[in-house]
Design a protein around this ligand. Structure first.
Ligand code: C2E
Ligand code: MG
Ligand code: MG
Length: 758
């Protein structure tokens, strides 16, 4: 209210001469800041003060205590206020007071009313009765003036003084408020933190203790304050158990943070103990003089436990609780060092779960996680407590056998694992069987350091996978060479995709009864600029593992469709061309869309595109395969089960797979000839059974890998529908195949017809 430059004064004075005196005294002030509103009665004054927000607030009230209406106003009630209110807001000069003089009590009561109406205003009282001054000050007046002192020197001076004083009071008030808030903030913060905080004065007596310190020392604030620090903060040396000389007061004079002693024991008021970590710092006032010290401490046991917990988390797998790769590397290096000194050996078993991904994908991650936990427990149950079982990540585990005498010990552990894993894992309602592929490397023979041993055990595991899973392999040097070759092929394949080094060869499919070419299988080859023509066996499995099969398969699909379109445009008699679909392609989310899109783009009638899926791939998730095959059938493409007879199809699924052709695997062609058939050759039995079954299911049966006249004759005599194989024609480039389409002349068929079966 007094911070602004303009000062609003309400002059309550019923004597016009006095009022003029006041106004004149203030009018000559330099840069006159005063804005005077004059009222001639107490009632009008009170009304103005109570009018509140309607007007500018009044900063200073100059009140004549001898107002004639003081007596009236105090004896009558406030109804009079109202009538006087409007009448006397503006007063003409020279107006004289009514001839009633209030007594002292009435004057004081009038003053009180003003104070009540304007609690925030400064009040300067005009009164000739100096004795009353004392009483007036006691009731809250800011200054007192006898009328003969009203002049242009004293009145402005008094006003200046009281307004400045008020300003100062307000600042002090604001500072106090801020200080209070600051203190509250500190108090709440200090009580909320986990660290214990004490502070002492120069004499070493306690002047502050926070909640945590109360709890840790066992001293409630009321008892603790004022006591010597050594009583509340009672510490002893953790080894000697002697009292630590509590030199906090000495520390006050050292200008740095100090620790009394490393991890002393705090003796609580109830006699219990705890190890603490502490620090002490002196507190200084504005002049740089030490006034005391603050002591901060916390339970070191807690931080030790936390530190241990953190280390455990960093070194262990979250899901299984097993040591992780980090801890394994550490333990492996230690084991190598120890084995070196003791002339012992160390074995690493690198374990990968077979088809875990399949379980995870089909039953969901929650089941997958539980299975991993169950696997972890079983692995641990198979080794000694001194060995380390670690989860390497995903479905890979590593077992470190730290002190073995010969590599065979590792083989024994592996055998033990196979036995343990022959039992199913019971996960919820599921009984899950999972097998292991294990690669073993042994120190020092297979590597002198942790990294080499890990790499070589991994290579051996990979080898175990290749040769059929569910087995263990010791590392051999050639495996490394193979691993290197693998990464070389992968890099070359990436380049091959970019530079379009692939080509398709077409192998005819013959209708056995008529000898007519009824289709062909497109087979990929890699025309490597340096190595020449490479067959799929050399690169497809690597392409599958590293995901490159997706772009490669996409290329095969498009290339075959485009080729057919070219032949169609050239007016050739075309027939369905089969392409092979890998597991990864089948599972790919855009597989169906990809097929439709290429058919659309090339404008090829879907009937001419045939897809071959191996029986194994289809049976891996038979239910899903049914759905997928149905969708493909709806597109209108032909469907064939490849390598039939190797994938353990169940008859019920076979009925539900909407496929047109069963392609008997080439392995059944072995020993298949008429003469041996008399001896009930196994393959002959299987092939004839498949042919009969195909007829029942109304599916065509094709025999692949037909290499000899005898095989062909056998198939023909058993009414097999189609044949494919070297005896009839090897796969050939597109130009050769197009010539064949024109002539339909396969030399061996001519032979064949001429000799045996015409
Ligand atoms: P597959 O689908 O069973 O193809 C038949 C394989 O048998 C072909 O080998 C073919 O050249 C070979 N073959 C043909 N006639 C005879 C014969 O009389 N005797 C014997 N022993 N073999 C014969 P290829 O071309 O090396 O392909 C091998 C496998 O690679 C194929 O087996 C197929 O699974 C896969 N493959 C080939 N091309 C592709 C492709 O474009 N994509 C995918 N995903 N896989 C392909
Ligand atoms: Mg095939
Ligand atoms: Mg096949």
């Amino acid at each position: 209210m007094v911070s602004k430059t303009l000062i609003n004064i309400l002059l309550i004075e019923d004597n016009a001469d006095d009022a003029e005196l006041v106004q004149a005294a203030l009018s000559n002030v330099k840069d006159n800041p005063y804005c005077i509103q004059w009222v001639t009665s107490l009632a009008a004054g009170l009304a103005r003060l109570k009018s509140g927000s309607e007007h500018e607030p009044i900063d200073v009230v100059i009140l004549d205590l001898m107002l004639s209406d003081s007596s009236l106003n105090c004896s009558l009630n406030s109804t009079l206020n109202t009538s006087l209110n409007s009448a006397s807001n503006f007063v003409s000069r020279g107006e004289n007071r009514a001839n009633i003089t209030p007594n002292s009590d009435q004057s004081l009561a009038a003053f009180d009313q003003v104070v009540q109406a304007a609690p925030d205003s400064l009040i300067l009282v005009l009164d000739n009765n100096e004795e009353r001054a004392q009483q007036i000050f006691a009731r809250g007046a800011h200054d007192f003036f006898t009328k003969n002192h009203i002049n242009s020197y004293w009145l402005p001076r008094a006003l200046r003084y009281i307004t400045e004083h008020k300003k100062h009071e307000l600042v002090v008030c604001a500072v106090e408020k801020e200080l209070f808030e600051e203190r509250e903030r500190s108090r709440i913060t200090l009580n909320a933190i986990g660290d214990a905080v004490l502070s002492i004065d120069l004499a070493g007596n306690l002047i502050y203790i926070n909640r945590a310190a109360e709890i840790m020392t066992g001293w409630p604030q009321n008892d603790a304050l004022g006591r010597p620090i050594a009583e509340v903060f009672n510490i002893i040396n953790s080894t000697t158990r002697k009292a630590v000389i509590n030199s906090t007061t000495r520390i006050i004079h050292e200008n740095e943070i100090v620790t009394l002693e490393a991890n002393p024991i705090l003796l609580r008021s109830d006699g219990t103990e705890c190890v603490i970590e502490n620090s002490i710092k002196a507190i200084y006032n504005r002049d740089g003089k030490a006034t005391g010290a603050v002591i901060i401490f916390h339970n070191a046991d807690d931080s030790r436990t936390t530190a241990l917990k953190m280390t455990h988390l960093a070194q262990h797998d979250f899901l299984t609780g097993l040591p992780n790769r980090l801890l394994l590397t550490e333990r492996l290096s230690q084991a190598i060092g120890l084995a070196y000194r003791n002339n012992m050996q160390v074995a690493l078993l690198f374990i990968d779960l077979d088809f875990f991904k399949h379980i995870n994908d089909s039953l969901g991650h929650a089941i997958g996680d539980q299975l991993l936990q169950s696997v972890a427990e079983r692995l641990v149950s198979c080794v000694r407590a001194t060995d380390t079982v670690c989860r390497q990540g995903g479905d890979e585990f590593v077992i470190l056998l730290s002190e073995i005498e010969r590599p065979q010990d590792a083989a024994l552990t592996a055998e033990k694992l196979f036995v343990a894993f022959s039992e199913p894992h019971l996960i919820g309602v599921h009984e899950l069987h999972i097998t292991l592929s294990i690669g073993i490397s042994v120190y020092p023979g297979d590597g002198k350091n942790a990294e080499a041993l890990m790499q070589n055990a991994d290579a051996a595991m990979y080898h175990a996978k290749i040769i059929g899973r569910n087995n263990f392999q010791f590392f051999k040097m050639e495996m490394n060479a193979r691993a290197m070759q693998r990464s070389f092929i992968e890099a070359s394949l990436r380049r091959a995709i970019k530079q379009q080094e692939f080509i398709l060869h077409y192998q005819p499919k013959i209708d056995i009864a008529s000898g007519i070419i009824v289709g062909a299988e497109a087979l990929i080859r890699w025309q490597n600029p340096k190595l020449g023509l490479i067959y799929p066996a050399e690169f497809l499995s690597i392409a599958e593992e590293c995901g490159l099969i997706i772009p490669i398969g996409g290329w095969v699909l498009r290339e075959a469709c485009q080729q057919l379109r070219t032949w169609l445009n050239a007016g050739l008699r075309i027939m369905p061309i089969a392409i092979n679909i890998s597991a990864a392609e089948l599972k790919h989310k855009y597989f169906l869309d990809g097929i439709s899109q290429v058919l659309r783009e090339t404008g090829l009638p879907p009937y001419y595109l045939e897809l071959e899926f191996t029986e194994t791939i289809l049976m891996r998730d038979a239910e899903l395969s049914v759905t997928l095959l149905e969708s493909l059938k709806a597109i209108g493409v032909q469907l064939t089960i490849d390598d039939f007879g190797t994938g353990y199809s169940s008859l019920s699924y076979l009925k539900r797979f909407p496929v047109g052709t069963l392609k008997i695997d080439s392995s059944f062609m072995r020993d298949l000839d008429m003469r041996d058939h008399a001896r009930e050759n196994d393959n002959a039995t299987i092939v004839s059974a498949i042919i009969a079954m195909g007829k029942n299911l109304k599916q065509r049966v094709l025999a692949e890998g037909v290499e000899t006249l005898e095989q062909f004759a056998f198939l023909r005599s058993h009414r097999c529908d189609e044949a494919q194989g070297l005896y009839l024609s090897s796969p050939m480039p597109a130009e050769d195949f197009s010539r064949l389409l024109v002539s339909n002349a396969l030399p061996m068929l001519r032979n064949h017809q001429r000799t045996d079966f015409s």
